[in-house]
Unconditional design. Sequence first.
Length: 282
Amino acid sequence: MKRRVVITGLGLVSPLGTGVEQSWQALCQGKSGVARITLFDPSPLRTQIGGEAKNFAPEDFMEKKVARRMDRFIQFAMAAAGMATEDARLKADQFPAERVGVMIGTGLAGLTTYEKNHELALKGAFDQISPFFVLGFISNIAATQVAISMHAKGPCGCPVTACAAGVHAIGDSYRFIQRGEADIMIAGASEAPFTPLFCAGMETLRVTTTSYQDPEKAIKPFDKNRCGFANAEGAGRLVLEELETALRRGAKIYADILGYGINHDAYHLSSPSPKGEELPSA
């Protein structure tokens, strides 16, 4: 028998704010999180704006020493997971460790850490490469860090499926619980893509906006005069839980997940099929 799965916790780091409430209030007020890039000098680029999580402070969620060892995408992941588990009133020792899992997707992982150490390698400064280099940029390290912090020994993984990574992480987590392989999953995605190389790469694809005179009004996807999107960073996290488990502990239930499907239109690397055909669920 398939088990019902519900959402009992929310966590968010976004360009609009740190935390679900702060981001939601800014959204309701029509605010934009897009502004000139500050994480590096964007002057050589045509696209000079993006959605940075400007008011994010990692030390609000972890010790400074620990934060320094982590790529920004891992810091986001840890913060969002902490907020989601707190919202769900979930304690690390509340359930058998093997019944709690983590699934955090990403498209680019620790790109900042990779580029920083790659520059050292190009200069021949191999003795300056950080001992945390590999453990700072590989894709699954965010899920691993969250699992360690929650002492979660259940399913742990990382979909690396570009823009769909977060949805796939939630869907995979839903199936783990539905099939009885876990009772609770911490799921979502994390991204910190603001590096010169990535932004230049997106620019050469001609998908990002070159209109930066008024950043807050530059992104208008449903306008006939739209001119591209802007890169952004952040993390979103959900706590997924088996319904009976949630009811027993009196958890707040935000939503009931009714299904999940995954497929591919096999059309193009970056464009959807113009036919928009409906594909059967996997």
